[in-house]
Design a protein around this ligand. Structure first.
Ligand SMILES: Cc1cc2nc3c(=O)[nH]c(=O)nc-3n(C[C@H](O)[C@H](O)[C@H](O)COP(=O)(O)OP(=O)(O)OC[C@H]3O[C@@H](n4cnc5c(N)ncnc54)[C@H](O)[C@@H]3O)c2cc1C
Length: 472
């Protein structure tokens, strides 16, 4: 393949020839929303924002980009938290938005699969599954804007991982455009297929660096008919882990969500969202939001939950509990949990960490992390919440009334990530690497793993046009 030098104008005209002029954006006004990330930490420039309407159009656009050595930055809902969907400042890339690739292609209730295009909004996919009497369990606070393509490319987690797994666990087949413009048709709805390397698992979690996902065949599950949401107060993260074990022993896989919330996080929500009612009469240092569900409509969840909780209360592991009595109460508890990131944002900038360690080491991590950060930054405040059931915490550091300096951020990262390494954890549990952790990861992943990743990237994208400057 030879590079075809193209004037920016000629190149944009060729793009317009593929997707139609209305679907190539070039003015500052039109492109601005695509050039800054959700947290407003990264901004870039692009030759154009291109919105293909079919896989064939994506393939032609990528072919043209390969021929002209034009970098391609895939973008779904632009809700990613690591700058993965934002182009660099060079202005040579295109942003390829999947916004128009949003069709539901097929529903197979016997096979329990739904085939959707990459730009379909997660919430729309959940609703399509529900309309068919099934569950698509991926759920996160950005579900009204994020897309399936973005979810798979970041291997998103969210609040149902405990029972159903991460995004990659919910996929049976993929269709993708490879960096040379060829289409890989891998939309098989098979639960068993041992025919060599599993390409879909390479593309998922690759953050758009190995190709562009255009469609996916997703797994559906029986729709839960009975649901119980509870907020349980505990003394410590160790007690929260003991509570998780006790509930799972009694309730098994019915426990689908287990979210840890520190007192400080609750205070942030109460402060910034005045409609939030303080849940308990007393202030407890930690609380856990628990979701329990069953596909049997008449499942006696309240009595099962009570039976599971009784010994835990007697042993002093749990201090108090609120069990939702209505859908509205359950929603209010979840809204409180979902408001934490926004409450944190309204309070000011913080140094963010999205880490995981084995669940059994969570308490150790928090105790040692809190002590080390308090010693290094006596005036700072740890903001700790997250998916404890998956060993995943959002463990952030705020500097009340001040914006953290780059030196403070670097020192906080060093302390937190050293502890993560010591406890055999990960510095990015669910948000990915993007631009944010691209350099940091080289300090934490083995040379063997990094070399294998570079070899895969070089083999699939020898021209280096797919989302350069991200992940590796
Ligand atoms: C309020 C809020 C709450 C969140 N909660 C969670 C949470 O609980 N768990 C969690 O995991 N994440 C969470 N996120 C992060 C974010 O929503 C997820 O990373 C989501 O999966 C990104 O989807 P998107 O469509 O917005 O992708 P984008 O932000 O557009 O892109 C993300 C990455 O995927 C690539 N990409 C996008 N589409 C494609 C495609 N079709 N093919 C190839 N590459 C592609 C992009 O280049 C980029 O690298 C949250 C974000 C917000 C704002």
């Amino acid at each position: 393949m030879t590079a075809v030098p193209a004037s920016p104008q000629g190149f944009v005209e060729r793009l317009a020839g593929i997707v139609g002029p209305a679907h190539v954006l070039t003015t500052d006004n039109d492109t601005a929303p695509f050039l800054t990330d959700w947290r407003r930490n990264y901004s870039g420039r692009a030759l154009a924002v291109v919105m293909p309407g079919s896989t064939e159009e994506v393939a032609q656009v990528v072919c043209l980009c390969a021929a002209t050595r034009t970098p391609v930055v895939p973008q779904g809902g632009n809700t990613g938290l690591v700058g993965g969907a934002t182009p660099d400042a060079g202005g040579r890339s295109i942003v390829l938005s999947t916004r128009r690739l949003n069709r539901i292609r097929a529903l197979d209730t016997d096979n329990n699969t739904l085939t959707v295009e990459a730009g379909a909004i997660l919430q729309t996919v959940q609703e399509a599954a529900r309309a068919a009497g099934r569950l698509f369990p991926l759920s996160l606070a950005a579900e009204g804007s994020c897309t399936v393509g973005g979810n798979l490319s970041t291997n998103a987690g969210g609040t149902n991982v405990l029972r159903y797994g991460n995004a990659r666990d919910l996929v049976l087949g993929l269709e993708a455009v490879l960096p040379d413009g060829r289409v890989w048709h891998g939309l098989k709805g098979l639960r068993k297929d041992n025919t060599g390397y599993d390409l879909k698992h390479l593309l998922m979690g690759a953050e758009g660096t190995l190709g562009l996902i255009t469609a996916a065949t997703l797994k559906l599950f029986p729709l839960p008919q009975a649901r119980l949401t509870a907020l349980v107060a505990v003394n410590s993260p160790g007690d929260a882990v003991a509570l998780l074990s006790a509930l799972r022993s009694e309730l098994g896989d019915r426990v689908s969500g287990f979210e840890l919330i520190s007192r400080h996080c609750l205070d942030l929500v109460v402060k910034h969202f005045p409609a939030t009612v303080e849940p308990f009469a007393a202030a407890h240092p930690w609380q856990v939001l628990v979701q329990v569900e069953d596909t049997w409509r008449d499942a006696p969840l309240p009595s099962l939950f009570e039976r599971a909780l009784e010994p835990v209360l007697e042993q002093g592991i749990a201090r108090d509990a609120i069990v939702s009595q209505s859908g509205a109460q359950a929603r209010a508890l979840w809204t409180m949990r979902e408001h934490i990131p926004e409450g944190e944002r309204l309070e000011g900038k913080s140094v963010k960490h999205d880490i995981s360690v084995p669940v059994s080491r969570i308490a150790d991590f928090i105790a040692r992390g809190d002590a080390q950060l308090a010693a290094a930054f006596p005036a700072a405040q740890v903001v700790c919440f997250g998916h404890l059931g998956d060993g995943n915490l959002h463990y952030n550091l705020a500097f009340p009334g001040a914006v953290p300096t780059p030196e403070q951020a670097a020192r906080a990262n060093q302390l937190v990530y050293a502890l993560v390494d010591e406890l055999d954890g990960s510095i990015s549990a669910e948000h990915g690497l993007g631009q944010l952790k691209r350099e940091e990861i080289t300090l934490h992943k083995s040379a063997v793993a990094l070399q294998a990743m570079r070899a895969i990237k070089g083999a699939l994208d020898p021209l280096g046009i797919m989302n350069p400057g991200k992940v590796l």
